[in-house]
Design a protein around this ligand. Structure first.
Ligand code: VGL
Ligand code: ZN
Length: 202
């Protein structure tokens, strides 16, 4: 049992799996791996992308914009997505086969209508903390293992922020899947390495 390491499971939700609104290719393949891996950890945290209808990151909110285009928000660049993970919908629910009863925290993110949050630690303005850093430190956790969806967005941003917060971070790539938009996966892998994230399981 790994006592000072927490497993952070990012956004394993229906909308990121086959048939979902923002399906990540082969996204559901991570589920059995994560279920198995979770047994090794005393501390497990789940994150849940959790947007109100009409969220700023939805292309439908911006007349004339298509999903997967990018705009400049007050807080920097923002990719626009299909409507996804709308609060209380089936798409926002965890994949039905995800089986992690021992998770101590479900951290929701992206609930501010005007601000997106890829990272589990800071919203996309890079300033507004979610509180996860304090939660983990308070529990004496210094090492993190991360898995989930999508490698090149929420996993990468969370892993990089975690390193910058002083955690030791391993991303288990075999239990992650990527969106890979215009080279975003290669860029995310580079950025993670540069930040000091240990990439394993590839
Ligand atoms: C995610 C795009 C939009 C993710 C969430 O979980 O990686 N990507 N919202
Ligand atoms: Zn989202």
């Amino acid at each position: 049992m790994k006592n000072q390491t927490a497993l952070i499971i990012i956004d394993v939700q229906n909308d990121f799996c086959t048939g979902g609104a923002l399906a990540v290719p082969d996204g559901e393949a991570v589920v059995p791996l994560i279920n198995h891996m979770a047994g090794d950890f005393r501390h497990v945290v789940l994150t849940q992308d959790w947007h109100p209808a009409g969220h700023f990151s939805f292309a439908s909110r911006h007349p004339g914009q298509q999903p997967f285009s990018a705009i400049t928000a007050d807080y920097g660049p923002q990719t626009l997505w299909p409507d996804h993970c709308v609060q209380q919908t089936r798409g926002a629910a965890f994949h039905p086969d995800l089986d992690i009863p021992q998770a101590s925290l479900i951290l929701r993110k992206g609930y501010d209508r005007e601000l997106d949050s890829y990272s589990a630690f800071f919203e996309n303005d890079h300033k507004t903390p979610t509180g996860l850093g304090g939660y983990l430190r308070d529990r004496g956790i210094s090492n993190l293992a991360m898995t989930g969806l999508a490698t090149d967005f929420c996993v990468a941003w969370s892993a990089i922020d975690a390193c910058q917060q002083g955690f030791t971070v391993e991303v288990r790539l075999d239990a992650c899947r990527a969106i890979d938009l215009d080279g975003s996966l290669a860029a995310a892998l580079d950025n993670m390495k540069q930040a000091g994230v240990r990439l394993t399981g590839s």
